[in-house]
Design a protein around this ligand. Structure first.
Ligand SMILES: [Zn+2]
Length: 392
């Protein structure tokens, strides 16, 4: 069936994005943003459920909204919390005024990611207006920017407790840089946080032979690991990369060799590695710089594994939706920072596409209004492609 995806012009993603931005929903504060989103989705026919999670000092409001009872069930996930505005004097306009000038919408969350939610929600109206053999579910968290336990993971637990299953997922997070539609994501690298502790013997800097400086092997080791080429990427995944994020000694005395030093690093790794293989490599290299493992301890503190969408049909749906609306061929990538898509990727294939990410978290975060109109059209075509033959 030929579907007119450009109908329902009464629904405007720009005004919905403005209303969402005007809620000061800096994590964990909600400021009415989830009720606003739920009210919109109810107005177009969704059933909504507020899912609350977290202790009193980190009380998070999340939303699950569903239309339809058949399969396939397409999950659309996103977040409505934002990072703080930062230094207010750096902003040209009030970051929560959602001011539009010369076709540019400025405000905290205009890129990450209230606009993405607004476009996906408005586009959903084109689906729910029609009878189709499927379901569309919005999983909207208020805890993405800081934590994850009481956000998407709490929503997924709520869903699985009710035997709700998903067949595919669209993440409406900002994607790619430059113009809209340059790239979309089908996965992300894994992330491994590692803490190192180097132990030596305290002493006077004038008598180094009677001490053992823990900083020397630590710095040499970090320098060696930073220079290591882990791989060159594989076309979809960027290369694996190690970044040193902290070196701490806490020594305020200039003539004292300290007894210990700590460091932290993060490795973003692609599918050519695993957290276990990286830790093994880190420990193997330690032997060149430290007399014993006790002198330089290496501990993995946090790991989120890489994920990749293997569903060619879902990838083609997004590719052709972007191509149809923008008349360009997007790059397919697994770059950029990871998203909550990693949690649902264990259960169904995930694609991610939203506005360009260049401005996210910056002062004067802003997006072209025209991009929101186009993004809404792309989501409509994506929904149409996904549910395609399922329409009655
Ligand atoms: Zn985001």
């Amino acid at each position: 069936m030929n579907i007119d995806v450009s109908s329902n012009r009464d629904l405007d993603p720009v005004s919905l994005a403005q209303k969402l931005i005007r809620c000061k929903s800096v994590t964990p504060c909600d400021d009415g943003v989830v009720d606003l989103a739920a009210g919109f989705l109810r107005s177009v026919g969704f059933q909504t459920h507020i899912i609350e999670s977290g202790p009193p000092d980190w009380h998070i409001k999340n939303l699950y909204a569903k239309f339809g009872h058949r399969s396939p069930n397409l999950a659309v996930i996103g977040h409505l919390d934002v990072v703080p505005a930062g230094n207010m004097s750096d902003w040209k306009y009030d970051p929560f005024a959602a001011y539009i000038e010369d076709g540019i919408l400025t405000g905290r969350g205009s890129v990450d990611m209230k606009s993405g939610f607004a476009c996906a929600a408005v586009a959903a109206k084109s689906i729910v207006d029609r009878s189709f053999d499927g379901a569309i579910s919005f999983l909207v968290t208020g805890d993405e920017e800081v934590g994850t336990e009481h956000g998407t993971r709490a929503i997924l637990k709520w869903c699985f407790d009710r035997s709700i299953k998903f067949d595919a997922c669209l993440v409406a997070e900002p994607t790619g840089t430059g113009n809209l539609g340059q790239a979309f994501c089908i996965g992300h690298r894994g992330s491994l946080n590692v803490e190192l502790a180097s132990r030596g013997i305290q002493g006077h800097v004038a008598n180094p032979e009677k001490a053992s400086n823990p900083l020397t092997p630590l710095i040499e080791y970090l320098h060696f690991m930073k220079a290591k080429i882990w791989d060159k990427g594989d076309g979809i995944f960027p290369p694996t990369n190690l970044e040193i994020t902290s070196i701490d000694v806490g020594n305020s005395t200039p003539n004292l060799i300290p007894s210990s030093a700590q460091a932290k690093l993060n490795i973003r790794y692609n599918r050519l590695h695993s957290a276990e293989s990286l830790i093994k490599d880190l420990k193997l290299a330690r032997n060149f710089f430290s007399p014993s493992p006790d002198n330089l301890s290496i501990e993995a503190q946090y790991n989120s594994d890489f994920f990749i969408c293997e569903d060619k049909s879902l990838i083609n749906n997004m590719f052709s939706a972007i191509k149809e609306v923008l008349e360009i061929e997007p790059k397919i990538s697994a770059g950029g920072g990871t998203t909550d898509g990693r949690f649902i990727s264990k259960y169904c294939p995930v694609v991610e596409f939203g506005v360009p990410e260049d401005e996210m978290h910056k002062a004067n975060e802003s997006i072209a209004v025209n991009d929101l109109i186009k993004l809404t059209e792309i989501y409509k075509v994506f929904y149409k492609n996904f549910f395609g033959t399922k329409f009655k």
